[in-house]
Design a protein around this ligand. Structure first.
Ligand SMILES: Cc1cc2nc3c(=O)[nH]c(=O)nc-3n(C[C@H](O)[C@H](O)[C@H](O)COP(=O)(O)OP(=O)(O)OC[C@H]3O[C@@H](n4cnc5c(N)ncnc54)[C@H](O)[C@@H]3O)c2cc1C
Ligand code: FES
Length: 261
């Protein structure tokens, strides 16, 4: 982990309020592992001391990119940052996805910008499987071409039916899972908590592993402030708090204690 002033190389609209930011970060980029994130200080947002966490979508040739949604005050200001400006980054942060699947078929499941956390994994896994992308509308389904170019067929579901099947991403997943491959599956998911819980429950019921990347509000991003804690099952049968920014963001589904458990 290091802090770096990264120069903006490219900053462009993708679709529907999503942007792609490419940063020259020769210190951080070569160290990024799939599912890790950077903590970014939004330029010109002097009043806000807090950084914002973003998954690293891509990292190569001394540069890294993030995909982000205009979600609130910080990202609205970030949208105005121009190529040539510098952005302070801390990273790479967190425990990402294991880049192996034990001979089973890897299944990627993303809700909205969750696909950003899965892109480096899609490149790193030793074999190709299948990906399921979901969103509220077609605007929330991003970078399908880039996953397909890596050899991943992508099944799509949107809540309003504007792209792919109408409904939640679990609908095409459940349909596909009716005939799982003989070698079994290993699930890797990033998206809203409700989606992650649904994926985790399916993995436990099916006897598979599901690696889930949790999305939590963060303060420091480096383990000091405890803003991001999550209840995790302890070996003695009880539970303990763990920090999503340090021990996560990726946890195996059996580790997580969901809110009403
Ligand atoms: C590990 C990690 C990886 C992430 N990767 C991405 C990514 O690749 N692309 C992307 O667009 N976003 C990502 N996020 C979410 C992103 O950090 C928030 O959208 C961003 O911090 C919002 O900042 P803001 O100042 O614009 O919004 P604020 O003004 O702070 O908040 C606007 C709204 O967003 C909500 N919000 C703020 N932070 C989060 C959060 N972490 N999760 C859910 N809701 C939140 C607030 O409650 C509020 O309703 C990630 C979050 C985490 C923890
Ligand atoms: S964000 Fe501060 S401990 Fe995780």
């Amino acid at each position: 982990m290091r802090m770096e002033n990264a120069q903006i190389l490219e900053h462009r609209d993708i679709q529907g309020g999503y942007k792609r930011l490419v940063l020259r970060a020769p210190g951080i980029a070569p160290e990024v592992r799939p599912g890790q994130f950077v903590h970014l200080r939004v330029p010109h947002l002097e009043a806000a001391v807090l950084r914002r966490p973003f998954s690293v979508f891509d990292a190569r040739d001394g540069a890294l990119s993030i995909l982000y949604k205009d979600a609130g005050h910080g990202t609205a200001v970030l949208k105005g940052a121009a190529p040539g400006e510098t952005v302070s980054l801390i990273g790479p942060l967190g425990r990402g996805f294991p880049a192996e699947c034990g001979g089973r078929m890897p299944v990627l499941v993303a809700g909205g910008y969750g696909m950003a956390a899965l892109h480096l994994l899609a490149r790193a896994l030793p074999r190709r499987g299948i990906a399921f992308f979901g969103g509220k509308t077609a605007d929330d389904v991003l970078c399908v071409d880039e996953f397909e170019a890596l050899g991943w067929p992508v099944r799509i579901a949107t809540e309003d039916g504007s792209l792919g099947e109408r409904g939640l991403v679990t609908a095409p997943l459940d349909e596909w899972m009716k005939k799982p491959p003989r070698e079994g599956v290993e699930l890797f998911a990033c998206g809203p908590m409700g989606m992650l819980r649904a994926i985790g429950e399916r993995a436990i019921a099916g006897g598979w592993k599901a690696w889930l990347s949790l999305d939590r509000h963060m303060g420091c991003g480096v383990g000091a402030c405890l803003t991001c804690v999550q209840k995790i099952h302890a070996p003695d049968g009880g539970w303990t708090w763990q920090r999503v920014c340090r021990e996560g963001p990726v946890f195996e589904s059996r580790e997580i204690v969901w809110e009403d458990e």
